[in-house]
Design a protein around this ligand. Structure first.
Ligand SMILES: [Zn+2]
Length: 72
């Protein structure tokens, strides 16, 4: 059993988004992924994106951090 947090927050200020990303990255060091390498794996991750959906354009990924035991 694990305790899991899912969140998706968009900010006006880049600094707020970077602040949350930085905090999440620190805590990610204590996070785990489930069933890694199997068909039902659930990889813990943090994504930082520029969201342009308010302009009718897609999101653009800036950074992704995944919690994995071994680099794949
Ligand atoms: Zn978007």
């Amino acid at each position: 059993m694990k305790y899991r947090v899912r969140l998706d927050l968009s900010f006006d200020a880049e600094a707020d988004a970077q602040s949350l990303m930085n905090y999440a990255k620190v805590l990610a060091s204590k996070a785990v992924s489930l069933n890694e390498g199997t068909a039902n794996e659930e990889i813990s991750f943090c994504d930082l994106e520029i969201c342009r959906h308010d302009e009718g354009l897609p999101c653009e990924k800036l950074e992704r951090v995944e919690v994995r035991k071994a680099a794949l």
